[in-house]
Design a protein around this ligand. Structure first.
Ligand code: FES
Ligand code: FES
Length: 177
């Protein structure tokens, strides 16, 4: 079986009924889709399948064999962020970030389907079923609306962010690490 993700075709050895989420994370090491409820209820595993947001925990990989799968890794990168990614950063729409990949993919799909600036109700509807444990939803909705209105200076943000991301150094007193 073959699977096209972010424009690259991969040979897949997982069983056909393995979830797309498991294939992405465990076989292809594409880690932006997160493991949450695994029952379709939290949205943290959301990816785009032919441009439409889908819960990858619910999709057998064989069902998307002929499709184009897109994850956060395919919409932007440090130094080349998409407007939605830049807006999430500038508008403080993420804390722990666990829900962020799914939110960004749902928002990305919404922007692709829409012409111009979004209404708040449209954003809320598109993100319904996406659970955030940290931020509340106001900043997340604000960020998506800002991206839809072109209010995000992606170029300025790209200059601020390192092209090579690294883990922050955290020193815990008393820890041997
Ligand atoms: S892990 Fe897929 S919807 Fe929660
Ligand atoms: S930012 Fe932590 S779950 Fe949403």
């Amino acid at each position: 079986m073959e699977l096209k993700v972010n424009g690259v075709t991969h040979a897949i050895s997982s069983a056909p009924l393995t979830s797309l989420l498991e294939v992405l994370r465990e076989e292809l090491n594409i880690l932006s889709p997160k493991v949450g409820c695994q029952q379709g209820a939290c949205g943290t595993c959301t990816v785009l399948v032919d441009g439409e947001p889908r819960r990858s925990c619910l999709l057998p990989v064989v069902s998307v064999e002929a499709a184009e799968v897109t994850t956060v890794e395919g919409v932007g990168a440090p130094g080349d962020l998409s407007p939605v990614q830049a807006a999430f950063h500038q508008r403080y729409a993420a804390q722990c970030g666990y829900c962020t990949s799914g939110m960004i993919m749902a928002a990305h799909g919404l922007l692709k389907r829409s012409d111009g600036a979004l209404q708040r109700e449209q954003v809320i509807e598109a993100l319904s079923g996406h659970v955030c444990r940290c931020t509340g939803y106001v900043k997340i909705v604000d960020a998506v609306m800002a991206a839809s209105r072109g209010e995000v200076d992606v170029a300025e943000l790209d200059e601020m962010l390192p092209a090579e991301p690294s883990e922050p150094e955290i020193e815990i007193k008393g820890s041997p690490a």
